[in-house]
Design a protein around this ligand. Structure first.
Ligand SMILES: Nc1nc(=O)c2c([nH]1)NC[C@@H]1CN(c3ccc(C(=O)N[C@@H](CCC(=O)O)C(=O)O)cc3)C=[N+]21
Length: 302
């Protein structure tokens, strides 16, 4: 048996089409063109590639983008001042500060500084709390949001399924577990201190792996027919100086056991960016609704 390969590129293109239509409708209704501000600190080449991709795709769906590139030794105060300026700028719908951050900058302080209704990464504690409580109107982290859509492309209904999330980061693992719980899966989280990872994996109908450890999950870890989502993306230099991307799942083994599996590249990564665009549109829609309500208030008062 060979697993169905979940095509993240095709699904991401679908999401981008929906976003492009949504942007056009919003603007036709009189709202400003949504704008994403991306802030990049330092000169990590992979980060520059990601940010360029985000900017290009933002513009391809009809939104504006603004890119800020700051030196690696930028003091935290300067970044917080820039965030405050973007928070107050009515033209800016969404703010993304690219990770990883240099050591002099405290990530918790940064995500807390971003206005919750412009927090398109969904990392601000208010959005984390809203997502955890299953509240409406939360901005949800892009990678878990994209993964849920990838999972739903192969399952009509995931309620009652057993899900294991391997990795407990604030960026992927934890918000992923919260979303799957919201979908009524029976959710477990494994992490670096988990014992008997292999047995726990084998019990999962849905296995989401986000550890950054290449090839951690072997074929015999997987429950036959399970849906496997590989979030890992590690660059490996091969002999000739070329680079290869590898995931956290031993793909060639897993494909013989799983029911469906995401490839690396071409799985989770493209969906992450597509969902960032969707979140930016969502933030712009909420802002448009708020300013309409305000206008109506003023009109009724007059
Ligand atoms: N504030 C913040 N938000 C993020 O969402 C965020 C971040 N910081 N820092 C870095 C990580 C990583 N990330 C990826 C996005 C797209 C691909 C992607 O499109 N990958 C392609 C391959 C691209 C390539 O060739 O390198 C694929 O998997 O097919 C990968 C990784 C977003 N991140």
């Amino acid at each position: 048996m060979s697993a169905r390969i979940i095509d993240g590129r095709a699904l991401a293109a679908e999401v981008r089409n929906e976003v492009a239509k949504g942007v056009a409708a919003l603007v036709a209704g009189g709202a400003a063109v949504p704008e994403l501000a991306v802030v990049l600190i330092g000169d990590d080449p992979a980060s520059h590639v990601y940010v360029s991709n985000k900017v290009r795709q933002t513009e391809a769906v009809g939104m504006r983008s603004r890119r800020f590139v700051l030196a690696a030794d930028t003091p935290e105060r300067l970044l917080l001042d820039l965030i405050e300026q973007l928070n107050r700028d009515p033209a800016v719908s969404g703010i993304l500060v690219q990770f990883p951050l240099p050591p002099q900058i405290d990530a918790a302080r940064v995500v807390t500084a971003i206005r919750p209704d412009k927090d398109v990464d969904g990392f601000n504690p208010l959005n984390v709390g809203r997502t955890a409580a299953g509240m409406e109107g939360a901005l949800v982290p892009c990678t878990p949001l994209g993964i849920l859509r990838l999972i739903k492309s192969v399952h009509d209904n995931i309620a009652g399924l057993g899900a294991l999330v391997v990795g407990a980061s604030n960026v992927v693992g934890r918000p992923m577990a919260r979303l799957l719980l919201q979908e009524m899966c029976t959710v477990s989280i494994a992490h670096v201190r988990t014992t008997d990872l292999e047995r726990r994996c084998r019990e999962a109908d849905i296995l989401v792996v986000a550890t950054g450890v290449p090839g951690l999950i072997r074929g015999h870890f997987i429950k036959p027919g399970a849906t496997v989502i590989d979030v890992g993306i590690t660059r490996i230099k091969s002999g000739s100086g070329t680079q290869r991307l590898v995931g956290d799942v031993a793909f060639d083994e897993a494909i013989e056991v799983a029911g469906a599996i995401t490839p690396v590249p071409g799985g989770v990564g493209p969906m992450t960016i597509a969902c960032l665009l969707a979140n930016t549109l969502g933030a712009a829609r909420m802002e448009a609704a708020r300013s309409k309500a305000k206008e109506a208030d003023v009109t009724s008062a007059a």
